[in-house]
Design a protein around this ligand. Structure first.
Ligand code: M1P
Length: 236
């Protein structure tokens, strides 16, 4: 038997958007006959906004907040917390003040979730169109990659990675999506584990999980660029 792990944003759904009806229609019958886990960067509330209840209940387990919360059959099984150093928060404030992005900045730029902090120079309260605008600017100017590199150099006790379109995810070292590899392997010592995600490249928020799995026997990592790629890979 094979065990599947799926990222959510950019993999099963467009980033921060609900799963489309067409994707649900094709994916659900497949999911119902498989053993699969979700590995979302977003918190559990966002997962419940983006995935239909029947999809959530068809997964064998839901990891959210980068693996720091785990739900099975709607019950929370565990959650981790993060300790945030004053110096880290001061550094993030400095990045926000010093950005060269000329568009308007919005609130909720530091979002604390169980076991992680999500940081967005733009601010998570931005209108949807502003996400695209910042993302296009960032693709040209690499602001998030530079912030991630600086954080990882200066704060080795944490792990920073580029999130989806506008943000950066920060976890305690070893406390990100990589913990999902160990936990799923413990539950399924014999089976092949296949992870499908859209940010498995270095610096991306699926990278730590992809690397942890690559270091184990009997695993496969599949890089996709959209939900359509997932359907093609699964041949459904
Ligand atoms: O792809 C997962 C990411 O989705 C959101 O990213 P953004 O707001 O940058 O598009 C966030 O929830 C982030 O934490 C998460 O990793």
């Amino acid at each position: 038997m094979r065990i599947y792990i799926f990222d959510m944003d950019g993999t099963l759904t467009p980033a921060r958007q609900p799963m489309t009806p067409d994707f649900t229609r094709r994916f659900l019958p497949w999911l119902k006959t498989r053993l699969a886990y979700l590995a979302a960067g977003s918190n559990y509330e966002k997962v419940t906004e983006q995935l239909p209840p029947v999809v959530i209940s068809s997964f064998s387990g839901i990891y959210s907040s980068m693996g720091n919360v785990f739900h099975q059959k709607g019950q929370e099984i565990y959650r981790n917390e993060i300790v945030l150093k004053k110096e880290l928060l001061q550094t993030l404030e400095r990045f926000r003040r010093g950005t060269e992005y000329k568009g308007k900045l919005y609130g909720n730029y530091l979002e604390l979730r169980p076991g992680m902090l999500n940081f967005s120079v733009l601010g998570r309260n931005c209108p949807f169109a502003e996400r695209t605008k910042y993302n296009e600017w960032d693709a040209e100017h690499h602001e998030r990659e530079q912030i991630v590199a600086e954080l990882n150099k200066n704060f080795p006790e944490y792990e920073a990675s580029v999130g989806g379109k506008i943000s950066i995810d920060i976890v305690t070292k070893g406390g990100g999506k990589s913990q999902i590899a160990r936990r799923v392997r413990e539950m399924h010592p014999q089976h092949k584990i296949i992870f499908i995600g859209d940010r498995t490249e270095q610096g991306g928020n699926d990278y730590a999980l992809a690397e942890a799995l690559r270091a184990m026997d009997n695993t496969e990592v599949v890089q996709v660029n959209s939900p359509d790629d997932v359907l093609s890979y699964l041949e459904i």
